[in-house]
Design a protein around this ligand. Structure first.
Ligand SMILES: [Zn+2]
Ligand SMILES: [Zn+2]
Length: 181
């Protein structure tokens, strides 16, 4: 493991949240989609199932996406801004079956606030370890997704949306076409 467990979970969940939107694509079209996202990424605590909550979560995404395109000082500004606005106060907590980890806002804080703070805390770790190069864009030419490379040898190139397979298939077709020409 490269980073603390909660840092890695936070980074993965943040990238997944950013990737719920892209050009002409809305992966959180309604409250049900947010419910599914909530469950898929192991969120617990307050969850209202309302349009207002959905709007807040959607509104967070462009702010988080910017981090993937920012230099260190800009990332720091975003992270500090998110922590300040959320009145973050780091506390070690234990709940469900998880070992001690950091929460910086209470579990009854709004979901979008907790998502913002979890992202900020995880990113703060990356900044401190000088590992922001782990935040990358998917290599597939038709894909705008972001990714977090948590591999030991920094070998990850594609996002979770199947781009690795798509790239392998195109390479195979290209080789086959070349062989027949
Ligand atoms: Zn927790
Ligand atoms: Zn991709």
């Amino acid at each position: 493991m490269l980073f603390a467990h909660d840092t890695e979970c936070g980074l993965v969940a943040t990238a997944a949240l950013v990737n719920t939107t892209g050009p002409d694509r809305e992966g959180l079209p309604d409250v049900t989609a947010l419910d599914e996202f909530f469950t898929a990424y192991g969120w617990t605590g307050r969850h209202e199932h309302t349009e207002a909550e959905l709007r807040e979560v959607r509104a967070l995404r462009p702010r988080l996406r910017r981090i993937w395109h920012a230099d260190t000082d800009e990332v720091v500004a975003v992270v500090n801004g998110l922590l300040r606005e959320s009145h973050a106060l780091p506390q070690l907590v234990r709940h469900d079956d998880e070992p001690y980890h950091l929460h910086a806002v209470p579990r009854d804080a709004p979901l979008a606030t907790r998502m913002a703070v979890e992202a900020a805390m995880a990113l703060a770790d990356l900044v401190r370890m000088d590992e922001l190069s782990r935040l990358r864009l998917c290599d597939h030419p038709d894909c705008e997704n972001v990714l977090v490379d948590l591999s030991k040898n920094r070998s990850r190139r594609f996002c979770d949306a199947g781009c690795g397979n798509r790239a392998a298939v195109s390479a195979y077709r290209a080789r086959k076409a070349a062989a027949h020409s």
